[in-house]
Write a protein that binds this ligand. Structure first.
Ligand code: PSU
Ligand code: MN
Length: 302
């Protein structure tokens, strides 16, 4: 039994140099409530297909890392209570013959293994507030330091310490570019308090940076920060109020480790009466679309 399998559709697309975009499964299993998560998983794939791009949703099913899921696989990541696997968990899940949803870190690792260069998610993991005491920093960051994949995200969730996350990305030598923005977005909101050094305005510019990285022997990923469109962003006041409450609850309930992010995301959906979920879906769709454009530009490079 191989440790990972690239689906026929994905490997055929890679072989002929056609555009492919990786999609993660933790957002489906742990980041979005049922039954919207299954609709979202299917919709993300169909957005890409409509662009002529092959989707590669990634998860571990029965001990095999699957790069490209069939309909049944997509249903399983949405309906089953799967473990949440980051890079360090992959060999353990494999050896146990178990199943798991993959985080941005684990999805990036597996996508790169298959030769996929572009990946769409909702928000990247980062440095948590209070990390000076807890050391809670997502392995998404350290994985991007040594994994050549371009990740399109709406920045990082505002539940995190955004300033510290940007500092860590700098230390880890991971390029960060704003997509049609000069300010780092904060997931449900278009902006954070943090300006960016670099901005791009078209997918071909990202493809050019990817090519330049290859030429220069860089092995890092690239963070493309793509803000949610203005008319789809969350109301800033409601956002701040709900966020403060969710953070306080996580503290009081002493949530730690990999349970922190899913707890906050799902609690914020409840506290906002579902509003944060609509914004989360809109920003993710938007990231998938931009990733499709980047993959298309990458495939068309001369
Ligand atoms: N962004 C979302 N929803 C999510 C996540 C990110 O819109 O569910 C997930 C990603 O899989 C990311 C993970 O890798 O949260 C980060 O978890 P942690 O903070 O435990 O590293
Ligand atoms: Mn963590």
């Amino acid at each position: 039994m191989p440790a990972f399998v690239v689906s026929e559709e994905v490997s055929a697309a890679l072989e002929r140099g056609a555009p492919v975009v990786a999609l993660e499964s933790t957002i489906i299993s742990h980041g979005l409530p049922r039954p919207r998560n299954l609709e979202a998983a299917r919709e993300f794939e169909s957005i890409l297909r409509d662009q002529g791009v092959t989707p590669a949703t990634i998860a571990v099913l029965d001990g095999i890392a699957r790069i490209g899921l069939d309909d049944e696989g997509v249903r399983r990541i949405a309906d089953e209570d799967l473990a949440k696997a980051s890079v360090r968990d992959l060999p353990i899940i494999r050896a146990a013959g178990a199943s798991a949803a993959t985080t941005v870190a684990a999805t990036s690792h597996l996508a790169a293994l298959a030769g996929i260069r572009v990946f769409a998610t909702g928000g990247l993991g980062g440095v948590h507030r209070g990390a000076t005491d807890t050391f809670d920093e997502s392995a998404d960051l350290t994985t991007l330091a040594n994994t050549p994949i371009t990740v399109v995200s709406a920045g990082v969730k505002s539940v995190l310490d955004i300033a510290a996350t940007l500092e860590r990305l700098e230390s880890l030598s991971v390029p960060v570019v704003g997509y049609r923005t000069s300010v780092f977005p904060s997931f449900w909101l278009r902006e954070s308090a943090y300006p960016l050094d670099w901005r791009v305005d078209a997918a071909v510019e990202v493809a050019a940076i990817m090519r330049a990285q290859d030429e220069l022997g860089s092995r890092q990923g690239i963070v493309v920060a793509n803000p949610v469109p203005t008319d789809q962003a969350w109301d800033a006041e409601e956002h701040d109020r709900v966020l403060a409450r969710a953070l306080a609850e996580a503290d009081a309930a002493r949530i730690t480790g990999k349970a922190v992010t899913p707890f906050l995301l799902l609690r914020i959906v409840e506290l906002s009466g579902g509003r944060s979920l609509e914004v989360n879906l809109d920003l993710a769709r938007n990231n998938v679309r931009v990733a499709g454009e980047i993959a298309t530009a990458w495939a068309a490079r001369a």
